[in-house]
Design a protein around this ligand. Structure first.
Ligand code: NAD
Ligand code: MLT
Length: 313
């Protein structure tokens, strides 16, 4: 018996090789279709569905797929999948948590350096024919205190890079033993202490009911004047209206965001901020990471379809 596997979002072709070479697999790739009904049609007799972050796997979408056994997320966060609805229908949800760690950590650091040295504005200025050496004075990372919220895979890699840059690193993660932080050269602190002491704060938690709006008026008020914020995790971690106010007042001196409450972002006030660097959810967008997550997801999907043990999200 063959397996029909629907690919809803663009994925690395090289990473799909385990599916392509499997004689029992038929791939239905609707990722480049403009017609939204293409996915609906493909789901009617699908055994598996693979998504990145564009497709929202809602209760209604799951109802269109009566044969579905497994949904694979080619990445870490499963917040675009209604896991409860999938579980109620006996559909497994898998993710690929390891493949994009380095890409996301490097991107968070790239955002921080771009903000610190004002690279996007300076680049635009040179392209426009100007030579404004006095205008773009930055700040150094060495000796600054970085607060890392969430010390999982990505947060740990960010912390290692920060140590190499000569930064002091504070970390908050209520689900990990303090010894884990200490072994990485991170000082474990409470969230409040992190907010009070950090010069720069970077977020690396999943989006959950507990972490939604982690950065909001009340928590911004605890932070140092002139704090710098970096978010390459999930947009919902920050109350964007509160952030806009805080940047305008100077409380926050700079912000670097790869992720937004709504994507693509429509918050014109946020997008108009100066001292801000934005990227369109590119944290995992390297050749290596995309190949890794597509391959890991493909392998896990095949295991699940064959009723072999797999790690679920
Ligand atoms: P992870 O599961 O390895 O680490 C997350 C850590 O957050 C865990 O250690 C967990 O204990 C901690 N955590 C949970 N709730 C917390 C809380 N309330 N306060 C502090 N810490 C808390 O995940 P990861 O691979 O490091 O990914 C982290 C985030 O980055 C996820 O939201 C993921 O979706 C996102 N991400 C974004 C991109 C991107 O393209 N921008 C790429 C990869 C991952
Ligand atoms: C993830 O959670 O893995 C990221 O947001 C990356 C992605 O969506 O590709």
């Amino acid at each position: 018996m063959g397996y029909r596997i629907v690919i809803a979002d663009p994925l690395s072709e090289a990473g799909l090789e385990p599916l392509r070479r499997d004689p029992e697999v038929e791939i239905i790739d609707v990722s480049h279709e403009d017609d939204p009904d293409a996915l609906v049609r493909a789901l009617r007799d699908a055994d598996a569905l693979i998504v990145r972050s564009r497709t929202k796997v809602t209760r209604d979408l799951l109802d269109l797929a009566p044969r579905l056994k497994v949904v694979g997320r080619a990445g870490v966060g499963v917040d675009n999948i209604d896991v409860d609805a999938a579980t109620e229908r006996g559909v497994l949800v898998l993710n690929a948590p390891n493949g994009n760690t380095i890409a996301a950590a490097e991107h968070a650091f790239a955002l921080l350096l771009a903000l610190a040295r004002r690279i996007p504005e300076a680049h635009a200025s040179v392209k426009a024919g100007r030579w404004e050496r006095q205008r773009f004075i930055g700040f150094e990372l060495m000796g600054k205190t970085l607060g890392v919220v969430g010390l999982g895979r990505i947060g740990s890699e960010v912390a290692k890079r920060a140590r190499a840059f000569g930064m002091e690193v504070l970390g908050y993660d209520p689900y990990l033993p303090e010894s884990r932080a200490r072994s990485l050269g991170i000082e474990p602190v409470s969230l409040e202490e992190l907010f009070r002491r950090a010069d720069i704060i970077t977020l690396h938690t999943p989006l959950t009911e507990e972490t939604r709006n982690l950065i909001r008026r009340e928590t911004l008020a605890l932070m140092k004047d002139g704090v710098i914020l970096v978010n390459a995790a999930r947009g919902g971690l920050i109350d964007e209206d509160a952030l806009v106010e805080a940047v305008r007042s100077g409380k926050v001196a700079g912000v670097a965001l790869d992720v937004f409450a709504e994507e693509p972002p429509k918050n014109a006030e946020l997008l108009a901020l100066e001292r801000a660097v934005f990227t369109p959810h590119l944290g995992a967008s390297t050749v290596e990471a995309q190949e890794n997550v597509a391959r890991d997801t493909s392998i896990a999907i095949l295991e699940a379809l064959r009723d072999r043990p797999v790690r679920t999200a």
